[in-house]
Design a protein around this ligand. Sequence first.
Ligand SMILES: CC(C)(COP(=O)(O)OP(=O)(O)OC[C@H]1O[C@@H](n2cnc3c(N)ncnc32)[C@H](O)[C@@H]1OP(=O)(O)O)[C@@H](O)C(=O)NCCC(=O)NCCS
Length: 157
Amino acid sequence: MGLTEATVRPMTPADVPAVAALEAAAHQAPRPAEVFADELDLPHAYLWVLALSDALLGFIDCWVVADEVEVLDVVVDPGARRKGHARRLLSHALACARARGAQTAHLEVRVSNTAAQALYTSFGFVEVGRRRRYYPDGEDASLWSSSLSGSSAASTA
Ligand SMILES: CC(C)(COP(=O)(O)OP(=O)(O)OC[C@H]1O[C@@H](n2cnc3c(N)ncnc32)[C@H](O)[C@@H]1OP(=O)(O)O)[C@@H](O)C(=O)NCCC(=O)NCCS
């Protein structure tokens, strides 16, 4: 599954079942398929998949509002991790957001999720705060931000 063979493209309604399956395999409190289907109708929501033939290797879900982008989620198939797929999805999404006027990016991540935090750090994100007991199981959320201007996160990916 080489990087060059897979394609980043907008998520479509036909992708929703596979996206929900990736979500279910990745998170303790996964969002259901209906949430993704509804998001596809939101004008500020940008959802992309990384596709290889008929298979989905991952997806990313962002909202661009005014001059900010919120990265809601990025997920890669457990069998396809550490191949640069998340880096590619995040780079694409941040470049898209910046082209639409976003100047800063924000996200939240479980404090225990060191893999995702390492990914975000490599894009220039820094921790800016915490939300205590944010997740349903009581874990804290770590809040991260990155500037997209100047030597942007997207261009350093
Ligand atoms: C986090 C996640 C999206 C990373 O996907 P991935 O395709 O494996 O990541 P990449 O291969 O693009 O890795 C890019 C960089 O991120 C960091 N990284 C990714 N996974 C890592 C891990 N398990 N441990 C340490 N660093 C990691 C590394 O810096 C890596 O670069 P390197 O491989 O050159 O060292 C994936 O582990 C995942 O889907 N996790 C479950 C869902 C999730 O937690 N999403 C984040 C929600 S906030």
